[in-house]
Design a protein around this ligand. Structure first.
Ligand SMILES: *Cc1c(COP(=O)(O)O)cnc(C)c1O
Length: 388
């Protein structure tokens, strides 16, 4: 029998890391001690008090049944409290907070609630692939907004043709940004809100990295800006803030009508996050936040070692104010893939070619600070010995 895949799978963008994956397997087979700076997945463990809460909650039979679709009330109250403390943003826990099985789940499902076949979404590039793929799975089309250095890796809203803007149903943005490490301030969000109002475009802000500022920098929430809640929602996640990528817990907050649509999709597809995991999430959001500050200072140390080391090797990285990524131009004469291949083949270092995140990422590679300071030191010493 032949099982022909649906058009939506055939339309997936080509997997651009195939060559790097093959080369990585080859290098590992040669016995090279590979340093992986490729993955955006924290290497640090989940803080102990969060794990202990899960252990307790998992023992309680009342948590063994189906959770509520839109999330446990206690968890949503806890999210609203955290938004109040962290950003000074008021949220109604029942209508303005929804629990997600990781923010990726919500981002991927949102277009199903609002995009009809042929509808347009404004999608940044280079970017987290889910914005485009979620749009495509809903039958929509992406209009790509390039993120380039000259515009501080923010989309140039004035460059979007008015007929495109009028056709667009929603816009994805993501700051602090993966993969560029760029950050956005109030003036940018004000422009976004004005654009949303002018063209009737829903804003979906992915805020996964707001707790990962360097040097005391604290990124803001889109929802802090007056009018934001009228036009959009914000996706958030416990994954990066509390080293909980494997736990699958996130949330979306903001405009009640948008969240209602997302909730309707979810209630027909999944049955919510395990209550015990949501109790652990409450322990994370309401517990001692010193684990977050410790995490920040660990990434800060790693960043310092990396930046000093690769600058000495002649590279000129963008210096991020947040995230755990460094976005670095390739040296003259090297494409993204060529340079990532050189680092892997000659130095045993895995990085991510920028072109894999979208065409304007060509000429960059992304380094993730997800190994120890000592391993980063080892990596920069290897890079310094290369000639390029
Ligand atoms: C890691 C990451 C997330 C978080 O995904 P979860 O599903 O919550 O683990 C969301 N957006 C971006 C851009 C990310 O890099």
């Amino acid at each position: 029998m032949a099982f022909e895949k649906a058009e939506r799978l055939k339309q997936l963008p080509p997997y651009l890391f195939k060559e790097i994956d093959r080369l990585k397997a080859e290098v590992i087979a040669r016995g090279v001690d590979v340093i992986n700076l490729g993955v955006g997945d924290p290497d640090l463990p989940t803080p102990k008090h969060i794990i202990e809460k899960l252990e307790d909650a998992a023992q309680d039979p009342s948590n063994h049944q189906y959770p509520s679709y839109s999330g446990m009330n206690d968890f949503r109250v806890s999210v609203a409290g955290w938004y109040q403390r962290r950003f000074g943003v008021e949220l109604d826990p029942l209508s303005e907070v929804i629990t997600l099985i990781g923010s990726k789940e919500g981002i991927a499902h949102l277009p199903l609630a609002f995009i009809n076949p042929g509808d347009l979404a404004l999608v940044p590039t280079p970017a987290y692939p889910v914005y485009h793929v979620g749009t495509m799975f809903a039958g929509g089309e992406s209009y790509f907004m390039p993120l380039v250095r000259e515009n501080r890796f923010l989309p140039d809203l004035d460059a979007i043709p008015p007929d495109i803007a009028r056709r667009a149903k929603l816009m994805f943005i993501n700051y602090p940004n993966n993969p560029t490490g760029a950050t956005a301030e109030r003036d940018f969000y004000e422009k976004v809100i004005e654009f949303a109002r002018q063209y009737d475009v829903m804003i979906c802000h992915d805020a996964a990295y707001t707790e990962m500022g360097f040097g005391g920098y604290t990124p803001m929430s889109f929802l802090e800006v007056p009018g934001a809640k009228k036009v959009g929602i914000e996706f958030h996640s416990l994954s990066k803030t509390y080293n909980m990528t494997g736990w699958r817990l996130g949330f979306a907050v903001g405009n009640a009508e948008i969240l209602d649509g997302l909730g309707q999709v979810k209630s027909n597809i999944d049955s919510g996050a395990f209550n015990a995991v949501q109790y652990a999430g409450i322990a994370a959001l309401e517990g001692d936040q010193s684990c977050v500050h410790e995490m920040q200072s660990i990434y800060q140390e790693r960043l310092n070692v990396l930046i000093a080391g690769i600058q000495k090797a002649g590279l000129q990285p963008e210096i991020p104010k947040a995230t755990f990524y460094v976005w670095c131009p390739t040296p003259p004469g090297y494409s993204s893939k060529d340079f990532s291949a050189l680092l892997l083949g000659k130095a045993g270092i895995v990085t991510t070619p920028g072109s894999g995140f979208g065409e304007p990422g060509e000429g960059y590679f992304r380094i993730a600070l997800t190994v120890s300071k000592e391993r980063i030191q080892e990596a920069v010493e290897r890079i310094q010995k290369l000639s390029f």
